[in-house]
Each structure stands twice: as C-alpha cells, then as structure tokens.
Design a protein around this ligand. Structure first.
Ligand code: NAG
Ligand code: NAG
Ligand code: NAG
Ligand code: NAG
Length: 363
C-alpha cells in the first residue's frame, strides 16, 4: 500500500517536528458538556479526577516499604478512573496473536488483518516474544517511558531513570553523551522505519528493537532487517529509513498493534474513519508506548513529555537544536486531544510525570 506524496510529506513533518511529545499551549481540558448527570466523559473516564488511592489499594499497599514496587498499581488506578480498562494485552505479538480478536479485524496501524503471512514469518525467525527471562519473571515491574522533549535537558534525571526495571526509549533518541539527563539503560527502543536510528554505530549494544508498524510496508521493512536483506527500494516511506539494524532476530519484537487501536479510538477518542488511517487519528508513538506500559507494568512513569509554550526558543528535543517555535500542525496526530488524555492520567496519578511537562502549571 503506497501513500500519496502529500500525505508522506505531512507525516514526515509531523515526525520531525513533533515526534509526539510536544503539545500546543496548555488549553485546559473541557470535561463539561457531555451531559451533566453522567459521572464519565465521552471516552469513559471519570470526570472528577484526583490522585487519591482507592481504599482497597491503601490497604493492599499499606505494608509495603517506601518506594517498593506496588503490584498492579497502574492497572488498578486506571480501572478506577476508566472502568472499561482490561489489563490483558501482551506487549509484543507472539505465536498466539491470532487469538487476540481485537487486532484481527483491523489493518495496520490498528491491527494485523491481511498481514498474517509476513507476521508468521517474522515471529518464526525472532522466536522470542517477551522481555527476557529476568524481567518476565518479576512479580512487580516499574517502567519509565522516556520521551524526546527538550524538557529533559539539564534536569539530571538519568540516575533515577536507570532505577526503573524497564526503560522504554523512542525512535532515534540518543543515550550516549546524554546519560546524566536521560540515563544509560535501555530495555527497549520502540520505533518505525523512518524513525529508527540509521547509523549502526549509534545503536546501544543491548536493548530490544521493537517495531511499531504504522503501515503494511513497515512489516516488509522489518523482514529485511530480521533476515539482513538489502533494502532495494524505499518507495512508500515518507523519509529515508534505516537500512540495517545491528540486532539479532531474537532481540527484535513487533509491538502489539492493539495499543495503537486502543489509544486512538478508545482512550484519546480520535475519529474511527471506518477503522482506517485518516486525518488526525494516529496517536503519537509516545502515547502508544504509554498505553503499552499501562497494560504491562505495575507502575508507570514518564519523562520528557510535553513542553512549555512560554519558552518558544527552548529546544524541541533534548538532543538537537531545533526550537520549539518550529513546531507545525500535523495531519496524522491530534496533539491537543492526545494531551487531554495524558492530563487525565497524570491528574489521577495513574502515571508519574517526572519532568512535569504534561500538566505544567495546568493540572
Ligand atoms: C499488614 O501488616 C499487619 C501487621 O503485620 C497485618 O496484620 C496485615 O494483615 C498486613 N496487611 C496486608 C495487606 O498484608
Ligand atoms: C543545558 O545546559 C547547557 C550547558 O549549561 C546549555 O548550553 C543548554 O542550553 C541547556 N539546555 C537547556 C534546554 O536549558
Ligand atoms: C483534533 O480534535 C479536535 C476535537 O475533536 C478537532 O476539532 C480538530 O480538528 C482535530 N485536529 C486534527 C488535526 O485532526
Ligand atoms: C515555563 O517556562 C517558564 C520560563 O522558564 C517558567 O517560568 C514556567 O514556570 C514554565 N511553566 C511550566 C508550566 O513549567
């Protein structure tokens, strides 16, 4: 499936400039207007959000020592503000993925429909579908999703980031040279062809390479990377793509596309568009990663998300000099609606925002 050039351009702009973690000025969320009587907003989130812990959790966690991982915390808090939440959704596609009916009915990016053949080939080559023995056997896991926002710079959060069991990084965000602020540990790097690190020497030596497939072509690309085949053509991509990924097949994964579907249609409430990619209905990779973490981690923190409109000359990303004022409206994402969703999570204490860029002064 080839995309129209105009769309490619817009997608490209969007990725370069927004990368998903940057939000237009702090437009306060308006939760009024969906009927005075309902306790819930249109997406099914509780209207009255505060950080208080449900009673049963206070009891459950009462005896834990300070700072200990709280089993089931993120899912319990999520369910408390969003009763439709069900935890079951594996991080990565595994050999049982066809039983997960929610993804069988949708084509990429929202599911796996008509991609089963190539996915089967990929999964039989990678053979591994988890985080690795040590992490998979932990009864309580803390995760941090590190966004790429300039807000991470000069906050010396690296040491705290490294203390999480699972450190999720996105696209090409570098670690080397930025350890003080962003940490040195990378459990996984979630990316897509156009966002992936292109210079092989810039890959960290250990981490899972996780594809978030936004189009059918992305799975074909992954097949080339897994089997180390030469990429003959880059038609259909909206900018240059990585041509070699220095990872063994056993370190490669396919992100469960359910997180894109759920983030878009349920949690953020973007247009369904008959279940197809359309204007403003693709969540950013950052929102997808947070959705994945809500389902698979006991505690979830984020850093490097959001930005401060009152400092237009501050850097957009922590690792380059593009300024925030360069940000443009995007065709694919709906940054303001996405921000409303993230604000709910922070306000209710479902996730901890260590750089305070999602709420800023506004929660
Ligand atoms: C917490 O500790 C007290 C005293 O040791 C015990 O009676 C109680 O059952 C414990 N609560 C939980 C949830 O484990
Ligand atoms: C971080 O500190 C360095 C060195 O002091 C400075 O050059 C840079 O502009 C700062 N970045 C931000 C985002 O404040
Ligand atoms: C984002 O959503 C709002 C509210 O639904 C809508 O008015 C706006 O046009 C959307 N923006 C994009 C880029 O789709
Ligand atoms: C935004 O940046 C300004 C200037 O550095 C600062 O005074 C303000 O507190 C920041 N706002 C938020 C919400 O972080």
């Amino acid at each position: 499936m080839r995309m129209k050039p105009s769309r490619n351009l817009l997608l490209g702009l969007c990725s370069m400039l927004a990368l998903g973690f940057l939000y237009y000025s702090s437009g306060r969320i308006s939760l009024q207007g969906w009927g005075h009587k309902s306790l819930y907003d249109k997406q099914g989130f509780l209207l009255k959000l505060d950080g208080s812990l449900p009673l049963e959790l206070i009891y459950k966690y009462g005896n834990l020592s300070e700072g200990a991982c709280k089993p089931g915390f993120a899912a319990a808090k999520m369910t408390a503000i969003y009763p439709k939440f069900t935890k079951l959704a594996p991080m990565f596609l595994d050999s049982n993925y066809k039983r997960f009916s929610k993804i069988g009915d949708h084509s990429p990016p929202f599911g796996v429909k008509s991609q089963e053949k190539i996915i089967d080939i990929l999964l039989s080559a990678t053979k591994s579908y988890g985080l690795g023995e040590e992490l998979d056997s932990m009864s309580c896991k803390t995760c941090v999703v590190v966004g790429n926002g300039g807000i991470l710079a000069n906050k010396s959060l690296g040491h705290r980031i490294d203390q999480f069991d699972v450190v999720v990084r996105l696209n090409e965000a570098p670690v080397k040279g930025f350890e003080k602020d962003v940490g040195s540990k990378t459990t996984m790097r979630i990316t897509y062809p156009e966002g992936a690190i292109q210079k092989t020497e810039r890959y960290e030596t250990q981490s899972l390479f996780v594809l978030s497939a936004f189009k059918a072509l992305d799975l074909k690309w992954l097949r080339h990377m897994v089997f180390n085949q030469r990429l003959r053509s880059t038609d259909g991509f909206w900018k240059s793509v990585a041509r070699h990924v220095p990872r063994e097949p056993s370190d490669m994964r396919i992100l469960n596309p359910y997180f894109i579907q759920e983030a878009s249609f349920k949690l953020i409430g973007l247009p369904y568009n008959s279940g197809q990619m359309g204007r403003g209905n693709i969540p950013t990779l950052g929102a997808v990663a947070i959705t994945m973490a809500l389902h698979n981690c006991d505690e979830v923190a984020v850093a490097g998300f959001g930005y401060n409109m009152s400092t237009p000359h501050a850097p957009l990303h922590y690792y380059e000099r593009i300024r925030m004022s360069a940000i443009k409206e995007s065709w694919t994402h709906n940054i303001s609606k996405e921000k409303e969703f993230l604000v709910k999570l922070v306000k209710a204490g479902v996730i901890q925002d260590w750089t305070n860029g999602i709420c800023g002064a506004g929660c």
